[in-house]
Design a protein. Structure first.
Length: 260
């Protein structure tokens, strides 16, 4: 009996995931094309057997890229969950509490590009209880680039996204700035964050906002702050509220489902 108990005790930690990965997350592998794959962190809340969760795909900054998945906890939503915050919100429209699934893929360099995201979404939608009508994208710096590129790459990908929150997004490829009609056609709402002390990133955000407004107004909002190329931790905190509508980014996301 003692041997059985000892074996059980030694086995339990392996069920929680890889060393250094908090129990709220599991480390998974996701495909980025037919031949390649990358590691990712996945958080799926507890729920009823048939419940499907809204999904937030989180894109990291350039300094996180590589092969050390623990770096994902330095910033963004993975950091929020690691520090004990619950990524959930009440939808103002129906009064229901929604718990978010969170996926954070780790790129080898720079960030995840749109074709890779298509493969990743196809994979996780098959394997996990995800609401395909509530897929949200967010990222900071290079992760903001990933978010914007995914919004403006193809009609198919844009139509899969319910809403986006780009924070201090890095500039896109020139051709993507001419594709914001995709955003308009999909009715895709975006909440930009950028600082006056990071003029390049603020200018890029304003350019994207203007490009969206050229086709359709009312799809974008901007939080202009006084910080440099930092400060994202404050905005990813579920306790943060915008001064204009008193919403967290999670409450704001839930207002939107993908346009069919």
């Amino acid at each position: 009996m003692k041997k059985v108990l000892l074996l059980a005790t030694l086995t339990i930690p392996s069920l929680a995931g890889a060393p250094g990965i908090p129990g709220a997350f599991r480390e998974i592998i996701v495909p980025t094309d037919e031949y390649h794959q990358v590691p990712a962190l996945l958080h799926v809340p507890q729920g009823s057997p048939k419940e499907k969760f809204p999904l937030i795909v989180c894109f990291h900054g350039k300094s996180i890229a590589g092969h050390d998945i623990s770096k994902l906890f330095r910033e963004g939503i993975p950091r929020q969950i690691k520090e004990g915050r619950k990524i959930e919100a009440v939808n103002k429209a129906d009064g229901k509490l929604y718990k978010f699934a969170v996926l954070a893929p780790l790129a080898e360099s720079w960030g995840i590009n749109p074709p890779q995201l298509e493969f990743i979404l196809n994979d996780v939608l098959k394997k996990y209880p995800i609401d395909a009508d509530r897929i949200y994208l967010t990222g900071y710096s290079a992760g903001g680039w990933c978010t914007l590129m995914s919004m403006t790459e193809s009609k198919h990908l844009t139509s899969r996204i319910a809403a986006t929150v780009p924070m201090s997004p890095a500039p896109m490829y020139p051709e993507n700035y001419g594709r914001f009609k995709l955003v308009s056609d999909a009715g895709l709402h975006s909440w930009y964050f950028a600082g006056t002390a990071e003029p390049q990133f603020l200018e890029n955000s304003l350019r994207c906002i203007d490009s969206t407004n050229h086709y359709q107004k009312g799809l974008v909002k901007l939080t202009k702050h006084g910080k440099a190329h930092t400060g994202w931790h404050e905005f990813y905190d579920p306790a943060y509220r915008d001064s204009t509508d008193n919403l967290s980014i999670y409450e704001w996301m839930l207002q939107y489902k993908r346009k069919k």
